[in-house]
Design a protein around this ligand. Structure first.
Ligand code: BLA
Length: 771
């Protein structure tokens, strides 16, 4: 074999030089020999003369290879058969075409299948004998059944299981398995159908090196690799080089291509005498392989292999949808758990409780070993996790080095050497920060893959070959792989990271809601408190006034005066009657005082009915309503239109204006009373210290009346506060301004006065713009 590669030693390695570290460089596409269960003829592409033949033609045909060189196919085939090949020839490429032939011209085994393809300037004719030993039954019914079952699967594992069962049923191999590659190209047996005597391989992992790169590349081009007898003696090509190119021909597409000796040794170690491997390809990448093994040599006919290849291609076309189904299912599971979890979070008084006190907990959301809820200095551990102390250290590290909202790694030790101690439980970490407050995190942990993987042949000893080289054994492979994946967990899927982000958002939403609610409650409470205080004040005054000053005398005065007027009027003089009448009037006045009180308490209790109000219209209405009294008192009312359109309670604001206007009209001695109404402009506001006009509308009612001494400016808004004799200036109850004040306050505003005694007064009130 070495001889056949003489001219290639510069570029390629010799078989004797191949070891564990350099298998990727073994030139397996140019082995210069074939597996001897068939023979190979390489014909010159143009002349169609045989330029190379495998040396086993002698064994299979009784003709020595050198004797075939220079001849055409007519040496072996009938004219019809040659004609048939000539017919196929123009359509030939790397995809093989099959021709069944009976070699009448030669002695020995008469039935052959010729597998034809064109590649590397040669026409390749590979002859496979069809013997009694060939498993060749091609049954369309079987195919139908196989496909039917495969198509009925929805999930990846189910699909794989059906596939291995069907391939085993069709081919009769002792063991049929599906070997799926991981991101690092190591692999795992995820489905298996086997003879009951065999040890199961299901779940075993093998390193990437077990199928070197160049072999993988070849299995992408060539969907089926068949080794019917792993203890064969290779049959060399004669001559070794293609005379036209002076190098060994590229056997990538040759089914008889001889196998790497190192792989044959591997098969031997596995106890396998025959294998057939079907590529499973997803979107141009080798997704996995169906590997078939037999304990004894096993010849599977070309058509049956073709059928298996067909199943492989069908599998390849469908695997994406099955994976998508699994992904969606996992996503759905995540979603469902997420929803339940968040329900707990929302319904718990303390949201942290919702994260771990009942199932599903945070840990249940993802496939992970454990989780931790870290909040306000407390760390709650769930499942398999690092210790409290270690998690605290991790939190400190996260705060310093991973300030982003979501941090994930499948190898924490690569970020922080101290992570080495955490690797059994937390090689992989997914962390979401919960709040601005430092140290608040949700953490998910994934263990080191090495801890979870069953390694093929983990316990077998390394073999030392005769030449002293340590032969790769599964044990060696494990060590090599272990170094590669040490401290690494299964990766976090993008959908998991997304879900973690969502959980984070939901939680902060919930917390925000709770916070807002608390705030709203707090402000409602403080509002209530203020109102309570106010109404307490008023209630106090009311209780006092009502019980001592009003209620008792009212009852007595009213009853007695009525009684006297009715029964003793004729016994009294005019003055007496008048006094009694005054008493009755007084009691009536008391009644109106009580009425005002009630009105005030109503204003305090009732909610505003907020509407959009055009203040221009509202004032026109108010002024219209009061017009007769204005006329009587010779009062001119000027409204400085335009007034703004605002939000507020129509009825209340009408009362506000009506009250203020009535006051303005009343408290004046002037014959020409003028009242001005308007809204404070930005300009005016700028000149004085006004409330912020961005948040408030400010209105004023200005009169040219008697004015108010500044010392009374705050007391005039108190209940029943009168500055003047009761019957002076129209004799109100003294509740008006208190009621106005209350209404304005209900609108989120304030009422105040600016005035100098004798020079008129301006009442201002503000109304919130955010009602
Ligand atoms: C090829 N290695 C292969 C193939 C498989 C495996 C399936 C395809 C050829 C075939 O059908 O046998 C590996 N087979 C497995 C694994 C399982 C299995 C993992 O059934 C699991 C149950 N192999 C090594 C190392 C080297 C190596 C260290 O373990 C290199 C030094 C080489 N493997 C190697 C080579 C081939 C190969 C060169 C290509 C064989 C060929 O097609 O010529």
């Amino acid at each position: 074999m070495a001889e056949s590669r003489m001219s290639y030693t510069d570029e390629h390695l010799l078989t004797s030089e191949i070891n564990l570290t350099n298998c990727d460089r073994e030139p397996i596409h140019i082995p210069g020999s074939v597996q001897p269960y068939g023979f190979l003829l390489c014909l010159h592409e143009q002349t169609l003369r045989i330029v190379q033949a495998s040396e086993n033609t002698l064994a299979l045909l009784g003709i020595a290879a050198p004797d075939l060189l220079g001849a055409g196919l007519e040496q072996l085939l009938s004219a019809d058969q040659v004609e048939a090949i000539a017919h196929l020839y123009p359509t030939l490429g790397v995809t093989p075409k099959l021709l069944g032939v009976r070699l009448d011209k030669v002695a020995g085994q008469p039935f052959f299948k010729i597998i034809l393809h064109r590649h590397d300037q040669l026409l390749w004719a590979e002859f496979e004998p069809v013997t009694d030993a060939t498993t060749n039954a091609l049954d369309l019914g079987q195919l139908n059944e196989a496909l039917g079952q495969m198509l009925s699967a929805t999930r990846v594992l189910e699909f794989c299981q059906y596939t291995v069962e069907q391939v085993r049923r069709i081919t009769g191999f002792d063991r049929v398995a599906i070997y799926r590659f991981a991101g690092d190209e190591s692999g795992e047996i995820i489905a298996e159908a086997k003879h009951e005597d065999l040890e199961p391989w299901l779940g075993l992992h093998y390193p990437a090196t077990d199928i070197p790169q160049q072999a993988r590349a070849m299995y992408l081009k060539n969907w089926l690799r068949f080794i019917p007898n792993a203890s064969y003696v290779p049959a060399r090509l004669v001559p070794a080089n293609n005379p036209a190119t002076n190098r060994p021909p590229d056997m990538t597409y040759a089914v008889l291509r001889s196998v790497s000796p190192i792989h044959l040794q591997y098969l031997h170690n596995m106890g396998s005498a025959a294998t057939m491997t079907i590529s499973l390809i997803r979107e141009g990448k080798l997704w996995g392989m169906v590997t078939c093994h037999h304990r004894t040599p096993r010849l599977v006919g070309y058509e049956l292999r073709d059928l298996c290849q067909f199943l492989g291609k069908t599998f390849s076309a469908l695997i994406k949808t099955k994976e998508q189904y699994d992904e969606q299912e996992y996503q759905l599971r995540i979603r469902e758990t997420q929803v339940h979890l968040l329900e707990h979070v929302s319904s718990s008084i303390n949201f942290v409780d919702g994260l771990y006190r009942q199932r599903p907990t945070v840990q249940d959301v993802f496939d992970c070993g454990g989780a931790a809820v870290c909040f306000d200095g407390e760390v709650i551990l769930l499942g398999n996790t690092p210790s409290q102390e270690q998690v605290q250290e991790l939190l400190a590290w996260l705060q310093e080095h991973a300030p982003q909202e979501v941090f994930h790694t499948d190898s924490y030790v690569q970020h922080n050497p101290a992570g080495l101690a955490l690797r059994p439980t937390a090689s992989g970490i997914l962390a979401v920060s919960l709040a601005d407050a430092p140290g608040n995190y949700l953490l998910w942990f994934r263990p080191e893959v090495v801890q979870t993987v069953t390694w093929a042949g983990q316990n077998t000893k390394a073999e030392v070959l005769a030449d002293g080289q340590v032969f790769l054994s599964p044990r060696q492979s494990f060590e090599a792989w272990k170094q590669l994946v040490e401290s690494t967990s299964a990766p976090w899927k993008p959908m998991e990271i997304e879900a973690a982000k969502e959980i984070r958002l939901h939680i902060s939403d919930v917390r925000l809601k709770v916070f807002n609610e608390l705030q709203a409650r707090a402000s409602r409470l403080s509002q209530l408190n203020i109102e309570l205080e106010r109404s307490n004040d008023e209630l106090d005054s009311f209780a006092y006034v009502a019980s001592h000053d009003l209620k008792e005398p009212l009852r007595g005065i009213h009853n007695y005066s009525l009684f006297l007027l009715e029964d003793y009027a004729d016994q009294l003089d005019a003055e007496g009657v008048s006094k009694l009448q005054t008493l009755v009037r007084l009691s009536q006045r008391m009644e109106s005082l009580i009425e005002s009180l009630l009105q005030l308490s109503r204003v305090g209790r009732q909610e505003l009915v907020v509407d959009v109000i055009d203040m221009n219209e509202l004032l026109i209405e108010v002024v219209d309503l009061l017009a007769p009294r204005f006329e009587q008192t010779n009062t001119t009312v000027n409204v400085a239109h335009p007034l703004p359109i605002i939000r507020g309670d129509q009825v209340r604001l009408r009362e506000v204006f009506s009250n203020l206007l009535t006051n303005a009209m009343r408290y004046s001695d002037r014959p020409d009373k003028v009242v001005e109404v308007g809204a404070v402009s930005t300009e005016e506001a700028g000149q004085k210290e006004f409330v912020n006009l961005d948040d408030f509308h400010v209105f004023y009612v200005r009169d040219n009346g008697i004015g108010i001494d500044p010392k009374h400016h705050s007391s005039i808004f108190k209940l029943f506060k009168r500055l003047h004799a009761q019957d002076k200036y129209g004799g109100g109850t003294g509740a008006g301004l208190a009621i106005v004040k209350k209404m304005v306050e209900k609108h989120g505003g304030a009422l105040w006065v600016e005035s100098i005694k004798g020079e008129g007064a301006t009442f201002y009130f503000s109304l919130s713009k955010h009602l």
